[in-house]
Design a binder for this molecule. Structure first.
Ligand code: DX5
Ligand code: ZN
Length: 224
């Protein structure tokens, strides 16, 4: 059986008390902190950078999972590594040289992954499987929290799961399968059954009291 992890996205947290939000959500049972970086160029929104990552690093030992929605990608990678990121993922369309960017992330001492937008084909992973620690499927178009889960993502997850399982069989190499966007208590079981093992949840965890306890996700997962 797979092990699951919940990665609350601080995009929906209260930024005026971010440190408190991070320690509370980890104390409530969340596993990772998902850190959404947007540049108002690759996506039409502007969020947080390495300074904020460095500020939350001393708050928790939890994995900081940096999701780069920026173009170009490479220049920011050493900065995020120095700021304490553990996992760095990026969108293949935003990198001129995908293989090189994956190597750069590893050279900086972080785990590396590719992020697939809803309409981005999975083929981008084909020749870099050995360099992937994680694959992230977007179940919304990137740029904003609080959007609805795109249902065809379940088919795409099954396709990705199949590729990762085949790779594991051939090489013994494990790659995590993460999903990001519109994950809620009432759809997480279906998403897990389709093959995901790592769940980003922003508005469901931090939004206005609704689903506000990450333990609720744990009980759904435990029931699978
Ligand atoms: C969207 C971000 C997501 C977002 C998820 O571009 O990558 O991480 O915060 O938020 P919810 O869970 O509200 O869809
Ligand atoms: Zn994200």
């Amino acid at each position: 059986s797979r092990s699951f992890r919940i990665a609350p996205s601080i995009l929906s947290a209260n930024f005026a008390k971010l440190g408190e939000e991070v320690s509370n959500v980890i104390a409530s049972g969340a596993d990772w902190i998902h850190f959404d970086v947007m540049d108002n160029h690759y996506v039409p929104n502007l969020t947080i950078g390495p300074l904020v990552c460095a500020a939350i690093r001393p708050i928790t030992d939890a994995v900081i999972d940096v999701h780069l929605m920026v173009k170009p990608v490479d220049r920011l990678i050493p900065d995020f590594a120095k700021a304490g990121a553990n996992v760095i993922t990026f969108h293949p369309e935003a990198s001129e040289h995908i293989d090189r960017t994956l190597s750069l992330i590893h050279e900086c001492g972080c785990q590396a992954g590719l992020v697939f937008n809803p309409a981005t084909p999975l083929n981008y992973m084909d020749y870099v499987m050995d360099k992937l620690d994680i694959v992230l499927l977007m179940s919304v178009n990137p740029g904003f929290g609080g959007q609805a889960f795109i249902p065809v993502t379940l088919d795409k997850l099954r396709g990705a799961r199949c590729r990762l399982d085949m790779h594991k069989k051939k090489t013994g190499h494990d790659i995590l399968l993460e999903v990001d966007g519109g994950v809620k208590v009432d759809n997480i079981a279906d998403i897990a059954r389709a093959g995901a093992d790592t769940f980003v949840a922003g508005s469901a965890v931090f939004g206005a009291g609704k689903d506000a306890d990450p333990h609720r996700y744990d009980s759904v997962l435990a029931a699978l």
